[in-house]
Design a binder for this molecule. Sequence first.
Ligand SMILES: [Zn+2]
Length: 361
Amino acid sequence: MNYCASCCQPDTRPQIIFKDGICGACLWEEEKKKIDWRGRELHLKEIAEVAQDKARQRGTYDCALGVSGGKDSLFTALYAKLKLHLNCLLVSAAPDQITEVGQRNFDNLVNHGFDCIRIFVNPDVAKRLMREEFIKYCHFRKANEFPLWASVYTVAKEKNIPLIIQGENAALTLGASKNMNIDWDASTIYKTNTLGGEDAIKHFSYAFPNQLFLFKYPDLSDWDGKAIWLNYFVKEWSQHGNAQFSMARGLQIRDDSLDAIGRIHKWTSLDSDFHIVSQMHKYFKYSFGFVTDEVCYDIRENRLSREEGFELIKKYDGKCDRKYIQKFCDFIGIPEEEHWRILKRFVKYDPWNRWQEMSII
Ligand SMILES: [Zn+2]
């Protein structure tokens, strides 16, 4: 396992690119310094104006935004509404077992003055698919991410909305761009790591073939619109910046200890405890967890040194409170011992000996 010479990015991240020992995310951070941000802002305004003209002729919303209610959602929604003056429709696929703080944040977002469509997947379908994906691939989030990403494209197409605004292109900020666009175009989102360019109906063909309508990414060939990444256009987009912006506008954060959530900031994964479990799985599968992502963002923004980053990784990465593991096991219907047995099949390398600390078999 090798790390980027500039941050703590490991070469085990799927789709990561490296150039002369530097990861794709650090290369993007360098590129950001040379970008004509004023030019990109004007380009964004032009896209927004074209969308507004089309929407007024069609009698529909100017843009659709895929949101969860977290810090990036609030930043993106208010940017579209207040800076671009767009009439927005929020579209959200509700997570299974939404947390109380997640629900409060979602309500706070809508209460900033938005119409919203919220989609709920049948929990029986979600449970079965999450269990199967965990057993087969140790990647249960795939079952959640199809409806999460597909919903805004489906709604925009159905309502003939000419613009979709998404927040952060992870191909840029995580450097995982082997199969992804690194420009403004967010219409190829189905190629992301988690979706892998797959057709949901084919992927989940083993179960519920006639109940996966919310999972299907639509054919956009006859949709006359654009889907864009906001972080391509906006210089101030950042994890810290979005969190500060959103907390000042009502976003509430977690009150867990850092050990319980395996992260160094309490402003992520607010609406789902299962995301904390999935990051613990990621740690065992790829030998890095969410703290690695967080410290890398902070190092690139000069908030941490690389050495401090590794110290925090050593202390917190891959951690997850037992109560979240039990909640996950209860939801998908497997005993906790079985969870550990399945996970053990996927452990490749455990740099900080979490298995000793956490496992029960
Ligand atoms: Zn790097």
